[in-house]
Design a protein around this ligand. Structure first.
Ligand SMILES: Cc1ncc(COP(=O)(O)O)c(C=O)c1O
Length: 392
C-alpha cells in the first residue's frame, strides 16, 4: 500500500531522544539521556491514598466525562498559586488544565499560527514543542542564547527578516536543554520588544519550582500589562509526568480559543489525575514536597558537576544550572559531537546530541545534553568517568 501521508506529518521525524531512550532499555547502558524526575521524587504514598479515597468517595465524578476547561477546584488552586507568583491577573486572565505543559504550548500555537507564519524560539530548545510547532507548518526560527538568555541583537534581526512573526516561545527558567536561566533584565527587554513588535510570548515554565540555588526571578507573565503572555505550567516535574496534568494561564480572549482547540484535541484532560493533583496541592504539605525535590536535585547536580570537573578536559564547556534537570556541554572543535555521542553509547553511556534540539536540521551545534535526575549516584560518577576518558 502506498500511503499518501500529509505534508505536515511527512516533515516530522521520530524524536532523537525517544530513539536513544529505546537503547537505554538495555540495563547495561548508563542513561544521561532522559528528562525524567528522579524515582524518589514521586509522592507515591500520597497519590495511592488520595486515589483510593477519591474512588471510594466519589468514583463517578472521577470516571465520568468532564468539562474541557478542567476540574474547577484544581483550576482555582492553580489560579491561587499563580496569583501569588504574579503569573495570573484575576480580572484579565483565566486558567485551563491541559494534558501536560506541552499541550498548553501546542494549543497556543494552533490558536495563532497560519501556515508559514513565523515562530521564534531559543536555539537550542525543547524538541517536543519544536515538533508540535513544526506540525503546523510554522516558519520556525531559532535564536542563539548567551548566559542571560535569548540574544536581543539576533532576536531583533530575526523579527525584521522573517514574515508574520506572531509567537515567541521561551523557556526562561532552567531551559531545556541548556539549563540557562534568563536574567530579569533580559525578561524585561524581551517583553518590551514583544510589545513594540506586537508579538505574543509563550512562556513555558515546567522547571521554575525546581530551583536549587540562587534567587527566584519574576516570570515574564508578571510583567505583562496587555495580555500578550501565555504562561504554560506543568505538574510533570513536581508530581508525575505520567498523570499528564499541566495548565495554561492567559487572557480570557486567548483562553476561549484554546478551549475550542482542546475540545477538538482530547475533550478534556484525565479527570482522576486532575482530582489527585488538586488534593496534593491543597491537602498535603506541597511546599515541603517541593523543598524535598530541590534537595534531591541539588545533591544530584553537585555529584555530576564534581564528576565532570574531575574527568572532563578543561576545553569542554559545561553550563552550571541553578535548577532544573540538565547540563549542556559544548565540545571543542577537535571533537566531532555526533561521533562522540555514538562512541559514548557504544561505551555504555547515552547522552543526547545537540542536533536534536535545533529548530532546523541545518543549524550547527557541537554540544550535547546530560541529565542528572534519573541516574543513580554511582551511575552519575561512573558515566562521567567513561565520558571523560573518551573526551581525552
Ligand atoms: C521545556 C519543556 N516544556 C514542556 C515539557 C513537557 O512537559 P509535560 O510533561 O508537562 O507535557 C517539557 C518536558 O520535558 C519541557 O522540558
Amino acid at each position: 500500500m502506498n500511503y499518501k501521508f500529509s505534508e505536515k506529518v511527512m516533515s516530522l521525524k521520530p524524536s532523537a531522544i525517544r530513539e536513544i531512550l529505546k537503547m537505554t532499555a538495555d540495563p547495561n547502558i548508563i542513561s544521561f539521556a532522559a528528562g525524567n524526575p528522579a524515582p524518589d521524587a514521586f509522592p507515591v504514598e500520597d497519590i495511592r491514598r488520595i486515589a483510593h479515597d477519591i474512588l471510594d468517595e466519589n468514583p463517578i465524578a472521577a470516571l465520568q466525562y468532564s468539562i474541557t476547561e478542567g476540574y474547577v477546584p484544581l483550576r482555582d488552586a492553580v489560579k491561587a498559586r499563580l496569583a501569588a507568583q504574579g503569573s495570573f491577573d484575576a480580572d484579565r486572565d483565566d486558567v485551563v488544565i491541559t494534558s501536560g505543559g506541552q499541550q498548553a504550548s501546542e494549543l497556543s500555537c494552533k490558536s495563532f499560527l497560519n501556515e508559514g507564519d513565523t515562530l521564534i524560539a531559543e536555539s537550542p530548545s525543547f524538541v517536543g514543542c519544536l515538533n508540535a510547532f513544526k506540525s503546523y507548518n510554522a516558519n520556525l526560527v531559532g535564536i542563539e542564547m548567551d548566559d542571560e538568555g535569548i540574544r536581543m541583537d539576533l532576536l531583533e534581526k530575526a523579527i525584521k527578516e522573517n514574515p508574520n512573526v506572531k509567537l515567541l516561545y521561551l523557556i526562561p527558567n532552567f531551559q531545556n536543554p541548556s539549563g540557562t536561566c534568563m536574567s530579569f533584565e533580559r525578561r524585561k527587554q524581551v517583553y518590551e520588544l514583544a510589545c513594540r513588535e506586537d508579538i505574543v510570548i509563550i512562556e513555558d515554565n515546567p522547571y521554575g519550582e525546581l530551583r536549587f540555588a540562587g534567587e527566584d526571578i519574576p516570570s515574564i507573565k508578571s510583567l505583562d500589562k496587555d495580555g500578550r503572555v501565555i504562561y504554560a505550567g506543568s505538574f510533570s516535574k513536581v508530581i508525575s509526568p505520567g498523570m499528564r496534568v499541566g495548565f495554561v494561564s492567559c487572557a480570557k480572549e486567548i483562553i476561549s480559543k484554546i478551549v475550542v482547540c482542546k475540545q477538538v484535541s482530547d475533550v478534556h484532560s484525565n479527570i482522576l489525575a486532575q482530582m489527585i493533583c488538586h488534593r496534593i496541592l491543597t491537602e498535603t504539605d506541597f511546599e515541603a514536597h517541593l523543598s524535598h525535590l530541590r534537595d534531591i536535585y541539588r545533591r544530584k547536580y553537585s555529584i555530576m558537576a564534581k564528576a565532570i570537573r574531575e574527568n572532563f578536559p578543561a576545553d569542554v564547556k559545561v553550563t552550571e544550572p541553578q535548577g532544573g534537570l540538565f547540563i549542556w556541554a559544548e565540545l571543542p572543535e577537535r571533537i566531532n559531537m555526533l561521533d562522540f555521542c555514538k562512541k559514548a553509547v557504544e561505551n555504555g553511556v547515552a547522552v543526547v546530541p545537540g542536533t536534536a534540539f535545533m529548530s532546523r536540521e541545518t543549524d550547527k551545534t557541537n554540544s550535547f545534553r546530560m541529565n542528572f535526575s534519573t541516574p543513580t549516584d554511582e551511575q552519575l560518577v561512573k558515566g562521567c568517568e567513561i565520558l571523560g576518558k573518551l573526551l581525552k
